[in-house]
Design a protein around this ligand. Structure first.
Ligand code: HEC
Length: 512
C-alpha cells in the first residue's frame, strides 16, 4: 500500500476512535454526574435509592419535607441534620458547592425533572386536566418529521413550522405536514446528535408573523447563517441572522435582510446555543436574542453580538434611541453596539412582547439551577456569568465571571422576576390572548425542555403573582403560541422527530 494511503487510513481510524470515545463520554456523563454519584454512595443507604426513605431516615420524596424544600432549606438540612450520622466523614469531605449540588439533586428528583436523555420521551395526556382556573384536554394536531424549533399559527388555521436541520414547512388543517418551502435560507444536516440535541452549524431557528400579517403578509425568520471560505475561515462558522419575506404558494419570496452581523463575528460554536428568538412589539420594533455561543468573555463587550438582545426597526433600520447607539463613523466595522438593547444573558430561549404594554420579556436558561424569567429594560445588564443562582454540572461554583476579571456590582444588574432553581430548561413562551381561556388572559404560558412541563405564570405590576404547572411529563416543549382560534398550540421535540399538540378548553368545567 502506498504510504500516503496508509497514513490516511491511520488518520481515519484515529478519528473514528476519538469520535467513539467522545460519544461514550457524553452518553455516560449523566451517570457520572458528581452529585448523583455522591447521593448513591452516601445518602441512598439511609434515604433510599429513589428518595423513598428507610427505617433509618425519612423519605425525601414526600410532598412536605419537615425542614423545608427550597434549595437553601435543603442545604441547611444536609449540613445540620446529620451530626450523629456522618458516614465516611462526608460532611467534612464535601465542599459547600458539592452540598449545594446535592441539594439541587434532591430537588430535581422531588420535582421529577428527568435526565436530558429521558426528556425526549413523549406521552400524550389523556382525559380532562383540571387546572386552577380552567379544565382542558390535550389534542394531537400533527406529527413532524425532524426536530422542530418554532411555529407560527396562521389566520386560516394552518401552522408554519421551522425544523432546525430541515427548514420551513406548513402543517395544513388536517394535520398533514406539507413539503419544504422553497427559497428559504439554506440549512445543513447536523454533524451528530448528542443526547437528542443537534450539534451542527447552519440551522433554521424562529419564525414570527408581523402583528399586521393579515394586511402586509410579512413573516420574520431567524436562522444561523453559515459560511466558510467566503468568511476567510478554514472551518464552517455561523451566526444568527434575521430576514423577512412573504409566502406565495409554496415559495418564500420578497426576502429582505433585517438583522445580520459582520462575518468576523461568526464562530465555530454549534448552534444549539444560538437562540435567535424573535419578538415584534407591535410598536414598530423587532427584538432578537443571541446566545452566548460559549464566548463568555464577550458577553459584556458591547461591540460583540453574543449574549445580548438586539433591537432594530421592523424594516431593519437601526433606531438611534437604542441604548448604546453610535454613528457608523465612531464604531469598528464589526461592532454591533448600535443594535444592543440588553446584555449579560446566557441563552435566551424565549422572547415575547407584553400584549398591553409592548414591554419585552424573556426566558433564559441558567446552568444547573438559575433559569430565569426576565423583564427586559433598555441598556440592562442581566449579570451572567458573574451572578447566577446556578451551579456548574461538575458541582463546582460558576467562577467564569471572576476568572475573566468581570467587575460590576450585583446592584447594577437586573434580577430575574422569577427564578427557577432547580432549572427546568425554560424554552419559549407566549402571553395568553383570546377568549377560549378567559381566566388566563395575559398570563405567560412557558415551555421547558428537560422538565417537560408547561408553566403558567401570572404577573401583577411586573411581579410574580401566581405560578402553576399546567402539564408535566409532556415531552420537550420548544415553542408555545396562541392560535387565531384562541387555542394554545405547543410544539414538542422528541429524539429525531416532533409533534404539534393543542390545549382545548372544556368550558362546562371552568373551575373558577
Ligand atoms: C446515616 C443515615 C443518613 C445519611 C447517610 C444521610 N442522612 Fe439525611 N437524614 C437522616 C436522618 C435520620 C434525618 C432526620 C433528621 C431529623 O429529623 O432531625 C435526615 C434528614 C435529612 C434531610 C431533611 C429531611 C426533612 O424532612 O426536612 C435532608 C434534606 C437530608 N437528610 C438529605 C441527605 C442527603 C442529601 C444525604 C447525603 C449527602 C443524607 N441526607 C445522608 C439520615 C441520614
Amino acid at each position: 500500500m502506498h504510504w500516503a494511503l496508509k497514513l490516511l487510513l491511520g488518520l481515519i481510524i484515529v478519528a473514528a476512535l476519538l469520535a467513539g470515545g467522545l460519544t461514550w463520554y457524553v452518553t455516560t456523563s449523566e451517570q457520572r454526574e458528581p452529585s448523583r454519584q455522591a447521593y448513591s454512595e452516601i445518602c441512598a443507604q439511609c434515604h433510599g435509592a429513589s428518595l423513598e426513605g428507610t427505617p433509618q431516615a425519612p423519605s425525601l420524596a414526600l410532598a412536605d419535607l419537615r425542614y423545608g424544600d427550597s434549595t437553601d432549606a435543603l442545604i441547611t438540612s444536609i449540613r445540620t441534620r446529620h451530626e450523629s450520622t456522618d458516614v465516611n466523614n462526608w460532611q467534612t469531605r464535601y465542599s459547600p458547592s458539592m452540598i449545594k449540588a446535592l441539594a439541587l439533586y434532591v430537588s430535581e428528583q422531588r420535582q421529577q425533572i428527568p435526565t436530558i436523555s429521558a426528556s425526549h420521551i413523549f406521552t400524550l395526556p389523556q382525559g380532562t386536566i383540571n387546572s386552577r382556573h380552567h379544565a382542558f384536554k390535550v389534542e394531537h394536531v400533527a406529527e413532524l418529521s425532524r426536530g422542530p424549533y418554532a411555529m407560527a399559527p396562521l389566520p386560516d388555521g394552518r401552522i408554519l413550522v421551522s425544523e432546525k436541520v430541515r427548514g420551513l414547512s406548513i402543517v395544513d388543517t388536517n394535520g398533514q405536514q406539507g413539503p419544504l418551502l422553497e427559497g428559504t435560507p439554506r440549512v445543513w444536516e447536523e454533524i451528530v446528535q448528542v443526547r437528542g440535541s443537534y450539534v451542527g452549524l447552519g440551522m433554521m431557528l424562529d419564525v414570527q408573523l408581523h402583528p399586521d400579517y393579515e394586511t402586509n403578509g410579512w413573516i420574520y425568520l431567524s436562522h444561523s447563517d453559515r459560511c466558510q471560505l467566503s468568511c476567510g475561515s478554514a472551518w464552517p462558522v455561523s451566526m444568527v441572522r434575521v430576514i423577512r419575506g412573504r409566502i406565495n404558494r409554496n415559495q418564500w419570496t420578497d426576502t429582505e435582510e433585517i438583522w445580520s452581523v459582520h462575518k468576523d463575528n461568526y464562530t465555530v460554536v454549534p448552534d444549539g446555543v444560538a437562540a435567535g428568538r424573535l419578538a415584534l412589539d407591535g410598536r414598530g420594533y423587532l427584538y432578537v436574542t443571541v446566545g452566548g455561543k460559549s464566548t463568555y468573555d464577550n458577553l459584556h463587550v458591547l461591540d460583540t453580538p453574543y449574549g445580548k438582545i438586539h433591537r432594530v426597526a421592523e424594516d431593519g433600520t437601526i433606531p438611534e434611541d437604542n441604548p448604546f447607539w453610535q454613528p457608523a463613523a465612531e464604531r469598528t466595522v464589526a461592532s454591533t453596539r448600535h443594535t444592543v438593547f440588553s446584555y449579560g444573558h446566557r441563552t435566551t430561549q424565549g422572547l415575547d412582547a407584553h400584549p398591553k404594554t409592548g414591554e419585552i420579556w424573556s426566558t433564559e436558561m441558567g446552568p444547573r439551577g438559575g433559569d430565569e424569567i426576565n423583564r427586559i429594560a433598555a441598556g440592562g445588564n442581566y449579570g451572567w456569568p458573574l451572578y447566577t443562582n446556578g451551579l456548574d454540572y461538575s458541582a463546582e461554583p460558576i467562577t467564569i465571571g471572576q476568572e475573566l476579571g468581570l467587575d460590576f456590582a450585583f446592584e447594577e444588574t437586573i434580577a430575574p422576576v422569577v427564578d427557577f432553581t432547580p432549572a427546568p430548561s425554560l424554552s419559549n413562551f407566549t402571553f395568553h390572548q383570546g377568549d377560549q381561556f378567559p381566566n388566563w388572559r395575559d398570563d405567560l404560558l412557558v415551555g421547558s425542555l428537560r422538565a417537560q412541563t408547561l408553566y403558567r405564570i401570572r404577573l401583577n405590576d411586573g411581579l410574580l403573582e401566581e405560578q402553576e404547572k399546567l402539564l408535566t411529563g409532556l415531552g420537550r416543549i420548544r415553542d408555545v403560541e396562541m392560535g387565531f382560534d384562541g387555542l394554545v398550540y405547543i410544539l414538542l421535540e422528541h429524539g429525531k422527530s416532533g409533534s404539534l399538540i393543542r390545549l382545548v378548553p372544556l368550558s362546562s368545567d371552568v373551575t373558577e
